[in-house]
Design a protein around this ligand. Structure first.
Ligand code: SF4
Length: 376
């Protein structure tokens, strides 16, 4: 599909109303990029003097529709002679049809909306706000009905790849029935500076996973285009196709929490179960085979380990066998892992625990272990 060249975009300093995990998971207020109205008007005038063909609003993790003077700026652009005026927007406000009509009347001709797939139970987690995918789809319809051309951009995030073939099929159906001009494409997200290796692994697809996804997408829509600001993955020649992981929503939510990609307050801390007799019984049961080998508590070591900087490792000995109890203060679940002859007990407590809290957990865990050994 042919698209007009991208216009120059201006950063309008409205805070974004979404919390997309690749962009704004920490929240965008206060916004420090972009210019205020007077300076934006001056930039519009300068652009109009050279080429009034097209201009866009929305850049650098900002949201133009939350800026109070947006419609004034759009009218100013129209009065200066710009023929194409584009909003790059979250779409949250445009889901309101009256607002979409107002925006169209002011002079907006095009909108660009990004999606993290169209399966809301996963996509909303990646957009950071419940109901965001539905609102974006409503915004698409509202804009097209108001006579605004729309482009949907599917963000090829690793947890969204399995949803892409279905999403592309659905958008292709929308394209053929759209009352106005509608197009869609894919895009590899640019992850924010400061993205941790864990966040990168969770969000960034491998070349093989992209190839697997594109092969399925292009079986239905052969000219589907995937864009990337870095090296173009679509042109790379992978040695093999690699199926990306399929995430259950609750597992994805957990992984996003553990990677610190959920907005503050959205990760629910698990209840403290260390004093719960059922929890203690589960520990005893899990450690029974070690306890039968006359396990004794030989030592307690508290300090950082390499895997998690705030984790605490307890090393317990049984002849030449070791038990590692790993306390991960920032994760969200409790689990027990059996690894070969060694038993690793991993307990994740609520949020970032204080050292007093960690000591409490250790004390209870060690007490349970000692009891299991005595009662053997
Ligand atoms: S809608 Fe755009 S600006 Fe807002 S958080 Fe998502 S990617 Fe960032």
């Amino acid at each position: 599909m042919t698209r007009p060249r991208q216009p120059p975009f201006l950063a309008v300093p409205g805070p974004c109303d979404l919390r997309c995990v690749w962009c704004n998971h920490g929240g965008s207020a206060p916004v420090t990029v972009g210019h205020e109205t007077g300076e934006l008007a001056a930039r519009l005038e300068a652009l109009a003097a050279t080429d009034p063909a097209a201009v866009g609003f929305g850049l650098h993790h900002t949201e133009p529709t939350t800026y109070p003077d947006l419609l004034w700026l759009v009218r100013r652009a129209r009065d200066l002679g710009f023929r194409r005026i584009t909003l790059s927007t979250s779409g949250m406000k445009l889901a309101d049809r009256a607002y979409a009509r107002e925006v169209a009347a002011a002079g907006v001709t095009d909108v660009i909306l990004s999606f993290a797939g169209l399966a809301p139970d996963r996509a909303d987690l990646l957009l950071g706000i419940g109901g965001a995918t539905r609102a974006k789809l409503d915004a698409l319809e509202a804009c097209l009905d108001a006579g605004i051309s729309a482009t949907a951009v599917l963000m090829f995030l690793r947890p969204a790849l399995q949803d892409m073939p279905g999403a592309v099929q659905r958008l292709a159906g929308l394209e053929s029935n759209a009352p106005g001009t509608f197009g869609f494409k894919g895009c590899l997200p640019d992850l924010m500076p400061g993205t941790t290796p864990r966040q990168h692994d969770l969000l960034q697809p491998s070349i093989g996973e992209l190839a697997w996804t594109l092969a399925r997408v292009r079986a239905d829509v052969p000219d589907f285009e995937l864009q990337s600001h870095g090296s173009p993955p679509a042109s790379a020649k992978p040695a093999h196709l690699e199926e990306p992981p399929m995430w259950e929503p609750e597992d994805l939510e957990q992984a996003l929490c553990e990677a610190e990609l959920r907005p503050a307050g959205r990760c629910v801390a698990p209840a403290d179960r260390t004093s719960d007799p059922a929890w203690q019984a589960a520990v005893v049961e899990t450690l029974a085979s070690i306890a039968r080998r006359r396990c004794g508590v030989l030592g307690l070591e508290i300090g950082p380990i390499t895997r998690e900087d705030r984790a605490v490792r307890v090393v317990l000995g049984s002849d030449d066998r070791l038990i590692e109890a790993i306390i991960e203060p920032r994760s969200g679940t409790e689990r027990f892992l059996l690894a070969g002859e060694h038993l690793a007990v991993s307990y994740s407590s609520a949020s970032r625990s204080s050292s007093a809290r960690v000591h409490d957990v250790l004390r209870v865990l060690l007490g349970v272990l000692e009891r299991a050994t005595r009662e053997r």
